[in-house]
Design a protein around this ligand. Structure first.
Ligand SMILES: C[S@@+](CC[C@H](N)C(=O)[O-])C[C@H]1O[C@@H](n2cnc3c(N)ncnc32)[C@H](O)[C@@H]1O
Length: 390
């Protein structure tokens, strides 16, 4: 299954030199592209000096975290797919090595073994983002978020885990910041490829898979959301292999998709170019933040999306919207800013559709109690006493 999902087959094997520039143009002096290309070149030709230099540069580039193109910001080592270059290369998976600002091209390494680590330079519009696993960003457990100002709260009925202030927090304070351990395109096939990549790497580097498995598996999902994930799992399987799936295999994939849907946060809104769909991120700590229609905190990558300015370093920051006493819940608004002005029915309808759960934040429970809606009335009224986290 892993192998089938991670590779796309191509009927013919295009003959590529060690580095290809698409579309072909005369080479100028390309400092970044050239140095990063040494890595692939060295791997192909066994040059020890070049390999050492490339390794040094790659270590230095690790600090960049995110690479900037003309309009794109991509985490290093992202898996992308070529598009629009030639029929032979359509959909070919590649790893992002760097961006060459003078040539205005991305440096990519072919992932299929038949290319023997060759690299290519392509313009921004000639690939689509797939996913990126960042095992180094996965937290190793513990009960406090980075910096110690937030900690895991006691489980609450109907809500599961959450975060709370571990100390007095001031309005506007950055409570903690975190890089995602997984970023995916808004595509269930990519989510499954990323999952199988984490699984394949879990022997040497178990961090990302452990962090993924610690996330809630959509325990409070509506029946409709559960069924949607099951249908998507069947589609993913069908697209990947002609073998019939066992019920256990389908259940496992559906669970992966539920985990992703329940814990993802929008990271990139996507641009105008071909295939520039939205991107979602999973975090060890940010993904523990519950939603509230009267939020006490905000996620700056969400507000940056609205202003069009994504965080430069790839980190998302959780900021206090007001002062919080130790033990107070840290909750954010999962929806657009205007959600906070909608009435309870519209807010809950939005969260049900977009996030798969019936909102049980104190504001919704109180407003639903004052203005009962159909069949949910008795269920909600009985929950008011159980859930009070503002
Ligand atoms: C990003 S996770 C938050 C952490 C999660 N509570 C846990 O136990 O890991 C989102 C999930 O938490 C639950 N959740 C978050 N906010 C909620 C709310 N206001 N009402 C009901 N469930 C909520 C839902 O199950 C949702 O799918």
């Amino acid at each position: 299954m892993a192998a089938v999902l991670s590779l796309r087959s191509s009927p013919s094997l295009p003959q590529c030199p060690a580095q290809v520039v698409f579309p072909p143009t005369p080479r100028e002096d390309l400092p970044l592209g050239r140095t990063l290309a040494l890595s692939a070149f060295a791997a192909a030709h066994g040059s020890c000096k070049a390999a050492k230099r490339a390794a040094r540069l790659r270590r230095a580039a690790m600090w960049l975290g995110c690479l900037h193109g003309l309009a794109e910001r991509l985490p290093q080592h992202s898996t992308v797919y070529l598009t629009g270059l030639s029929p032979d290369l359509e959909g070919e998976p590649c790893e992002v090595l760097g961006f060459d600002p003078s040539a205005k091209r991305w440096l990519l390494r072919f992932l299929h073994p038949r290319f023997e680590n060759q690299s290519c330079q392509v313009p921004e519009q000639c690939f689509t983002f797939g996913y990126c696993v960042q095992p180094g960003a996965a937290a190793l457990g513990g009960s406090a978020a980075p910096g110690g100002a937030a900690r895991e709260a006691k489980r609450r009925p109907g809500l599961g885990r959450g975060l709370e202030a571990a100390e007095q927090l001031e309005q506007g304070q950055v409570i903690f910041e975190e890089c995602p351990f997984l970023i995916t395109a808004d595509d269930v096939n990519e989510v499954c490829r990323a999952y199988f990549k984490m699984r394949a790497a879990s022997g040497d580097s178990p961090g990302a898979l452990d962090a993924f498995n610690r996330l809630s598996a959509g325990e409070h999902f509506s029946q409709e959301a559960v069924q949607r994930c099951e249908a998507q799992a069947a589609q993913v399987w069908q697209a990947a292999t002609s073998r019939a799936a066992s019920p256990l295999e389908l259940r496992q994939i559906a669970e992966v998709l539920r985990r992703w849907e329940a814990n993802r946060f929008l990271q990139g809104a996507g641009g105008a170019g071909r295939g520039r769909a939205g991107r979602y991120a999973l975090f060890s700590w940010v993904s523990l933040l519950n939603h509230s229609c009267q939020p006490s905190a905000m996620l700056d990558s969400l507000s940056a999306l609205q202003s069009g300015a994504l965080p430069e370093d790839g980190k998302s920051r959780v900021k206090a919207l007001r002062g919080l006493a130790p033990g107070e819940a840290i909750c954010i608004n999962y929806g657009p800013p205007e959600l906070l002005e909608w009435d309870v029915a519209r807010r809950r309808e939005y969260l049900q559709r977009q996030n798969g759960f019936t909102c049980r934040c104190p504001r919704c429970l109180t407003e639903a109690k004052a203005k009962p809606q159909g069949e949910e009335k008795s269920d909600l009224v009985s929950s008011v006493a159980e859930c009070s986290y503002t």
